[in-house]
Design a protein around this ligand. Structure first.
Ligand code: SAM
Length: 269
């Protein structure tokens, strides 16, 4: 997608989010829900996998309107910073797509508008993600499935799990790690994004070791981005501080030559 088209789509997406999510709720209602949602992310990780974060109109609005744009900005920065991440690819798979913010960020940074496959267990998230991908002009399908068990496209993919792996059970997360490392070895690009938060440390170091053993890397990110006005306003009203956006990532991608060799091997096996 050309830079100018991308900026116009981003502005349109933000305007749509604000219109939709502030249609039936007042700003104070959304900012109160944002406080509750942020507390849920910090304190009640085990409830997240049961869908607690998206229970109720206020939390959904806060998630879509506040965290969606923050995730978009962070993932855009990451995929523009990692060599080869924004190279053309036929399909971006957005695991635990939520409102589609992170998947749209990656796909719209890639040359040639890849197809996006959004996967989530939550029907509300899937409907929001479909709207997001459409607003960015990305051909897309969405599927209700578990992130660790969903069928993945057979062809070459870029596979993203942004702020998703931490919501899985330990067993599901282990299964996902095995699948992702296997897909990486076959030539897919794999990107995992999570916050820099203590609750994640438990599994992150094991994932990082597995990615590094497969030739990948781990990074921490801190960026000062221009927050959309509604996000900055919610940030202040909820007593948060996202003037600096932070996150960490795991990245696995073979060189083009190795990926071509791997594709040849799996086609002939
Ligand atoms: C924090 S949100 C992140 C959404 C999006 N990736 C983003 O970056 O904004 C986590 C998403 O993972 C989904 N999720 C949680 N457990 C899941 C599972 N086992 N399978 C599929 N999706 C899951 C939730 O429904 C939610 O939409």
């Amino acid at each position: 997608m050309r830079e100018r088209d991308g900026a116009a789509a981003y502005d349109r997406w933000l305007a749509d989010l604000e219109r939709r999510h502030l249609a039936d709720l007042t700003f104070p209602e959304v900012s109160r829900a944002l406080r509750a949602l942020s507390a849920a992310y910090v304190e009640r990780r085990q409830k997240l996998g049961e869908g607690a974060a998206l229970a109720g109109a206020g939390k959904r609005a806060a998630f879509a309107l506040f965290y969606g744009p923050l995730h978009f900005l962070l993932v855009s920065h990451i995929v523009r910073s990692l060599a080869g991440a924004a190279d053309p690819v036929p399909t971006v798979v957005d695991l635990g797509c939520g409102t589609g913010a992170s998947g749209a960020a990656w796909a719209s940074a890639c040359a040639g508008a890849p197809r996006v496959v959004g996967i989530d267990r939550h029907p509300w998230a899937l409907s929001q993600a479909a709207d997001t991908y459409r607003t960015f002009g990305l051909p897309a399908t969405v599927h209700r499935a578990d992130a660790d068990a969903a069928r993945l496209p057979a062809g070459r993919c870029a596979i993203l799990a942004a702020f998703t792996a931490n919501e899985l059970t330990d067993d599901a997360r282990d299964r996902l790690l095995d699948r992702l490392v296997d897909r990486g070895a076959r030539g897919d690009r794999i990107l995992i994004v999570e916050p820099i938060a203590g609750s994640i440390a438990r599994w992150w170091s094991r994932w990082r070791a597995a990615f590094e053993a497969a030739g990948g890397r781990g990074d921490e990110w801190r960026l000062r981005a221009e927050l959309p006005p509604i996000v900055a306003k919610l940030d202040r009203a909820a007593g948060l501080d996202h003037r600096e956006i932070t996150g960490r990532s795991l990245w696995l991608a073979m060189s083009a030559t190795a990926a071509t060799r791997a594709a040849g091997r799996s086609a002939s096996s």
